[in-house]
Write a protein that binds this ligand. Structure first.
Ligand code: PEP
Ligand code: CO
Length: 445
């Protein structure tokens, strides 16, 4: 293998890259990005690796959640706050039921680029480039909107910076207070159509808080008042990721300072491809999606390439098989990785294998398919004697109607009411919390 450099990926084939209009404007933008400050620090990425190492050892659970694609238009303080709020609420329910801390990672502050199955989209006989996320082009169906515009890379950086700034303020400034999060959960239970079903979990948390207080643990202690919240996105547009890759002054190692954690998507995980080459050299904790076609041999090669030193917490494998495929396709991967002794975090993405299109042409997912995939995931880990490390979900705090099912019984015809996603359908706030409570039920049996 040749020596890694921040640009050694350029020797390999990079799939899913935008067709930029000209090299000169891209060059200018790259120069601008190289001159901008890092969004996150190497030390923070190392802290996340340490937290994920706890997941590796079965001593923590990870919740990675957020939009399929963030929007430049949707970055309001309210929408960021509401997304964070749901993630914090889910995290408390999961921590209580799993009996271990929840590591919280948002698909946020940088999730602006999308891989596409088709390079173009045809509407009424007109063919235009596909929408590839706000980092690249716009969703409106016109030639002008769909042309890739490198200036958008700088805008993505700025949007990430302001989102991150707000997240840091919320998570360290008291918004994440445990008692407050618990009150929100109680309110959810009071308002939810299926609330009573989850009453016992909330009562358990209430009793635990009383017990802690009785033992003299102050509930306003910093550990219960602030949380660590990390950012992540798919490292897709490599010109952007390279420009934000910096050498850490303390260790001399390279970190991609666009987010704490980066992942490789299902469409870009080729062993000889540019994405694997780029990611193997940065020291951030990494994720890699694994769809139903992933073979044990391929997965072991990914482990060897992305984590040759077998550092625990370095590599998270995110299975996204589909409810009807996971029982067959996940177990051979679990046993192969287990038997090879690779320290990995396993996450279940129960979203991307369960997408389908309704008769009216809306992309959706059924809440029960999502739950079924998670159910099979827990069973597969139980059988393999491995730790079901966490879940990776597409959610929003908003009251959208994008996924069908759930306690509100959202139907196909309801999807028209509030379908706002930039890409894949997300669980709304109620469905997300319901998912956390259903997992809590699953963990307690
Ligand atoms: C995603 O996470 O939004 C995504 C595109 O996933 P995958 O690479 O698993 O298809
Ligand atoms: Co998606």
């Amino acid at each position: 293998m040749t020596a890694w450099q921040p640009d050694s990926w350029r020797e390999r084939h990079a799939s899913q890259q935008p067709q930029w209009p000209d090299a000169a404007s891209l060059g200018e933008v790259r120069k601008t990005l190289v001159g901008l400050p890092p969004l996150v620090f190497a030390g923070e990425a190392r802290n996340l690796t340490a937290d994920l190492s706890e997941v590796c050892h079965g001593r923590a659970f990870v919740l990675q959640a957020g939009d399929c694609a963030e929007s430049f238009d949707g970055v309001t303080a309210d929408s960021i706050r509401d997304k964070l709020k749901v993630i914090l609420q889910m995290a408390v329910v999961l921590a209580f039921s799993a009996g271990v801390p929840t590591v919280k990672i948002g698909r946020i502050a940088g999730q602006f680029a999308k891989p596409r199955s088709a390079a173009t989209e045809v509407v009424d006989g007109i063919e235009l480039p596909s929408f590839r996320g706000h980092m690249v082009n716009d969703i409106a169906f016109s030639q002008g909107s769909r042309n890739a515009d490198p200036e958008r890379l700088v805008r993505a950086y700025q949007q990430s910076a302001s989102t991150l700034n707000l997240l840091r303020a919320f998570t360290k400034g008291g918004y994440a207070d445990l008692r407050q999060v618990h009150i929100w959960n109680q309110e959810f239970i009071a308002a939810s159509p299926e609330g009573k079903r989850y009453q016992s979990v909330a009562e358990g948390i209430e009793a635990a808080l009383r017990f802690m207080s009785a033992c003299g643990i102050p509930l306003d202690a910093p550990a219960l008042h602030q949380v660590d919240f990390y950012t992540s996105h798919e490292a897709l547009v490599l010109d952007y990721e390279q420009a934000l890759t910096r050498q850490d002054s303390i260790t001399g190692q390279w970190y991609d300072c666009s987010a704490h954690m980066l992942w490789i998507g299902e469409r870009t995980r080729q062993l000889d491809g540019a994405h694997v080459e780029f990611m193997r050299g940065i020291k951030n904790p990494l994720g890699c999606k694994l769809g139903p076609s992933a073979t044990p041999t391929e997965v072991l090669e990914l482990c060897n390439t992305l984590n040759p030193d077998r550092i625990s917490g370095r590599l998270t494998l995110i299975s996204r098989m589909g409810a009807d495929k996971i029982a067959e396709h996940l177990p051979p991967l679990l046993t192969a990785v287990r038997d090879a002794g690779h320290p990995v975090v396993w996450e279940c993405d129960p979203m991307h294998g369960n997408t389908y299109t309704t008769a009216a042409g809306r992309k959706t997912r059924h809440f029960e398919d999502v739950m079924t995939e998670i159910d099979h995931y827990f069973t597969a880990h139980q059988n393999a004697g491995t730790w079901p490390g966490g879940i990776h979900v597409e959610i929003t705090g908003d009251d959208v109607t994008e996924c069908v099912g759930g306690a509100e019984a959202i139907r196909d015809e309801d999807l028209e009411r509030r379908y706002e996603t930039m890409c894949d359908p997300r669980l709304n706030g109620t469905q997300s919390l319901e998912l956390a409570f259903r997992i809590a039920e699953r963990l307690s049996v």
